[in-house]
Design a protein around this ligand. Structure first.
Ligand SMILES: *C1O[C@H](CO)[C@@H](O)[C@H](O)[C@H]1NC(C)=O
Ligand SMILES: *[C@@H]1O[C@H](CO)[C@@H](O)[C@H](O)[C@H]1NC(C)=O
Ligand SMILES: *[C@@H]1O[C@H](CO)[C@@H](O)[C@H](O)[C@H]1NC(C)=O
Ligand SMILES: *[C@@H]1O[C@H](CO)[C@@H](O)[C@H](O)[C@H]1NC(C)=O
Length: 802
């Protein structure tokens, strides 16, 4: 870089040397006391001639040798030498000005020239002239300079100086620095003449922008060409805490499920500080946090991680604004915000709040509000949407009223008797995942309304009572139930006024109002009153009361309290008994007579049987047990006595049996055969005795009327079966009297006049041959035509006897 220019420099100096030598010659020649002065450039090659000393001494070449001329330096080192032959002053060695004189200027080498014969000496001075043979040199290869970044522009920073061994203009002249944006260098004059560099800051520094500058400081000397030396100046910008920490994001946004566990890392915040070292070490804190936030979140002061320290509840707080602060080691801080959004989790079951509840509704009420309630789910979104339902099979409906209010109503009137209580389970389900549900059961009682009348267990009751009962006898019990409840079901029994005004019901029966027991008030007589009907009523205690009625039919059961009564033959009455006439020619089985008897009782009690108790001639007559006919048991003979007396016993089948006896007088007569032969046409014999005719008519009439009645009864039964539904009771018999329109065939023996017969009697008496001409049947009332079987049984029995 800096080429060695020594040779050129020497050549450039030649003209100067001639001048100087010339001046010195003049000086020496004129005044010997003046020293010879020469000059030479340093670093001139050894052996070079500095001056022609002989000439300056005005001595010829021989003289110098003759006079033993010699040059002696002041110092020990003989750097100069005199060539005695030529008289030239020669350099014995290269001279280095810097070695000889250092910084001292001018650098003069003193010498003496000695001459002998005569002794003479002269002073001489050799000026050693500097050449630029040294470059400026810095003491170190590198320099370090620390500058705080906050130092102001214009601040000076002295640098270590460079040294140049050369002097004068060859010495160090100035410093330059490599081009850069922030610094220039100034060269300062020191008091000792030294020049040192001073770094001048031009602009504000920012360590964060550039923390080190590598500058090349060059020292230049004034030589020609100049020489230079360079050093690397490392300028290190020292950090100053001029940067506050800054959060990477602001605000931070984080979402966290509300069911996140304690310790859950919500978010990690991070702040950067452009400074370095301690000034850049950031610690994190919550900033001016409310108690709530302090109890919920914690921040790790080193890592910046925000953690949960408490369970969250979306329903209470659904977002948090957490202010955070980052502080560096120098105390500067930066603020930031974290927005933490709590996300809903379906952790709340729906809630149901009853606003009103009617726990009891009357059964017949139409659409009635049972309850108004509100449902609520504290979750949000689908988690908070709800479905409300009740079971389908209940007569209730659910109506949304407004915004989460529901009304539970009855769908239709209820029936307490069908169902008195409902447990309605209201189910509220949300739409979250998993679904949560709440159930609430409402108990609804249906209160009773008197909408059911008492009902008898049977629509009609038939009670049987044996006649001649003791008064106060318990006849039976009627019972009615009421499906209502409480007073509405409290049944009271009563006798209703009979339809037939003649029936003195009040004297016959009484009823226990609460229990329905029926009692006979007096002894009943079958023969007077065979059956009667009345209505009983059952009423509840509701308001208004409801009632119903049932029919009670009391059938008096016969007791064998009547003995058979013999109608024919009549009991002898003072006058002589009237005998039956039997012709002796009568065949076996000839009908002699017929005992006619009746029994006031009914059924078995009136079933009569006949038997021959005593006869004048046993074996001659025979009495038919069932019909009381007295017939001959064998043909009569001439030897049979004419008069016979037969005692016939008539007995009923009651328990115990009652009986009656009758005496029959039979007279056997001769020549009385003709009229007794059976003939197709009835013959009239008007010669009968009046009494016999009367009794025969009575006997025949009773027999035939019984038969006729049985036929009628048979017909009536047929009608009854067809018209049973239309049956209606007209049975009001005043005590001891039978209604005139009713037939009582097997009764007390009083034959009804309603049956009129025209009877043909055979001629004479005792014939069994008779003919019905025209039975004139009175009009039976339709009501009595279809009587119940039970009551008719007695009638039928009465017929079967005969
Ligand atoms: C029986 O005699 C009485 C009087 O002695 C009389 O009143 C009655 O009518 C008589 N009866 C008959 C059937 O003759
Ligand atoms: C230093 O000295 C030189 C001459 O030696 C002069 O030209 C220059 O102006 C001086 N500089 C200062 C800063 O004094
Ligand atoms: C961080 O907090 C812990 C304890 O909470 C404390 O010991 C430590 O000094 C803190 N560090 C900084 C940098 O604040
Ligand atoms: C209704 O629930 C109650 C208890 O809460 C219970 O005693 C009653 O028997 C239930 N009724 C019906 C009809 O299930």
């Amino acid at each position: 870089m800096y080429p060695d220019t020594k040779m050129e420099a020497l050549e450039g100096i030649q003209p100067h040397r001639q001048v100087i030598l010339f001046v010195l010659m003049l000086f020496v020649s004129q005044a010997r006391s003046e020293p010879f002065r020469y000059s030479v450039l340093e670093e001139t090659e050894s052996g070079s001639s500095i001056a022609h000393l002989g000439k300056d001494l005005s001595l010829g070449t021989g003289e110098l040798a003759a006079r033993s001329a010699r040059v002696v330096s002041d110092d020990d080192k003989q750097r100069l030498q005199l060539d005695r032959q030529t008289g030239d002053l020669l350099l014995r060695e290269k001279l280095d000005r810097e070695e000889l004189c250092g910084p001292i200027e001018p650098c003069v080498l003193h010498f003496q020239v000695f001459l002998e014969k005569p002794v003479q000496f002269f002073q001489g001075e050799l000026l050693i002239q500097d050449i630029n043979d040294h470059s400026p040199v810095f003491p170190d290869r590198e320099m370090f300079l620390n500058i705080p970044e906050n130092s102001r522009p214009g601040t000076l920073f002295p640098l270590k100086l460079a040294q140049d061994l050369d002097v004068g203009s060859n010495g160090l002249q100035k410093y330059t620095i490599s081009p850069n944006s922030h610094f220039h260098v100034r060269t300062r004059n020191h008091s000792e003449g030294k020049k040192y560099p001073e770094l001048v800051q031009e602009k504000a520094l920012d360590r964060e922008e550039q923390q080190e500058f590598g500058l090349t400081l060059t020292a230049l000397d004034g030589g020609s060409p100049p020489r230079s030396g360079a050093v690397m100046v490392r300028v290190i910008i020292l950090d100053v805490n001029d940067n506050a920490p800054e959060f990477v994001h602001n605000p931070y946004e984080a979402q966290v499920l509300e069911n996140s566990p304690v310790g859950f890392p919500v978010v990690r915040v991070s702040a950067r500080d452009a400074d370095s070292g301690n000034f850049a070490s950031v610690s994190y804190n919550l900033f001016q946090a409310s108690d709530e936030i302090q109890q919920t979140f914690s921040i790790n002061n080193v890592t910046g991680e925000i953690q949960l320290i408490k369970k969250l509840d979306f329903e209470k707080i659904n977002s948090y604004h957490v202010d955070i602060e980052a502080t560096d080691g120098g105390g500067l801080s930066g603020k930031g915000t974290v927005i933490i959004e709590v996300m809903d989790v379906n952790d709340n079951a729906p809630e149901l709040t009853l606003s009103s509840l009617t726990s009891s509704i009357p059964e017949n009420a139409p659409e009635t509000v049972v309850s108004i309630f509100r449902i609520r789910d504290r979750d949000a979104g689908d988690n908070g949407k709800m479905i409300c339902s009740i079971p389908d099979n209940l007569p209730f409906i659910l109506k949304p009223t407004f915004k989460n209010f529901y009304t539970l109503l009855t769908e239709r009137p209820l029936d307490r008797e069908q169902r008195a209580e409902y447990n309605i389970t209201i189910t509220v389900t949300d739409l979250g995942s998993p679904r949560l549900k709440t159930e609430h059961t409402i108990r609804v009682l249906v209160s009773d309304v008197n909408d059911n009348a008492p009902t008898f267990t049977q629509t009609s009751y038939t009670l049987f009572i044996r006649e001649n009962n003791s008064p106060g006898l318990h006849l039976g019990t009627v019972s009615a139930t009421d499906r209502d409840a409480g007073a509405n079901a409290q049944v009271t029994y009563s006798l209703l006024p009979p339809r037939d005004p003649h029936l003195a019901l009040a004297s016959l029966v009484s009823i226990h109002a609460e229990r329905g027991h029926l009692f006979a008030l007096r002894a009943l007589d079958f023969e007077a009153l065979r059956a009667f009907e009345f209505r009983v009523g059952a009423a509840d205690a509701g308001s208004p009361a409801l009632s119903s009625e049932a029919l009670v039919r009391v059938v008096v059961v016969d007791d064998n309290d009547h003995a058979p009564l013999v109608l024919y033959p009549p009991a002898p009455n003072g006058s002589a008994p009237c005998p039956e006439l039997v012709p002796r020619a009568a065949e076996e089985g000839y009908l002699v007579s017929k005992v006619v008897a009746v029994d006031g009782d009914a059924g078995q009690n009136a079933w009569l049987s006949y038997q021959l108790l005593k006869a004048t001639e046993p074996g001659l007559f025979h009495v038919w047990a069932h019909n009381g006919e007295v017939r001959t048991a064998r043909p009569l003979g001439e030897r049979d006595v004419a008069q016979h007396r037969l005692v016939v016993l008539v007995q009923d089948h009651g328990e115990p049996a009652l009986s009656a006896s009758v005496t029959l007088h039979v007279l056997l007569v001769d020549g009385f055969s003709q009229p007794y032969l059976p003939r197709p046409e009835g013959a009239r014999d008007e010669a009968q005795a009046d009494w016999l005719t009367v009794y025969l008519v009575i006997a025949l009439a009773s027999v035939s009327s019984l038969f006729l009645c049985s036929v009628l009864l048979f017909v009536g039964l047929r009608v009854c079966r067809r018209r049973r539904a239309a049956w209606e009771q007209h049975y009001s018999v005043p005590e001891g009297h039978f209604p005139s329109h009713l037939v009582d065939v097997s009764g007390t023996g009083t034959l009804s006049q309603s049956y009129q017969y025209e009877i043909c009697l055979s001629g004479g008496s005792g014939t069994n041959d008779f003919k019905f001409l025209k039975p004139s049947i009175p009009h039976l009332p339709p009501a009595s035509a279809g009587k119940e079987m039970d009551s008719n049984a007695a009638f039928r029995n009465a017929f079967e006897i005969n």
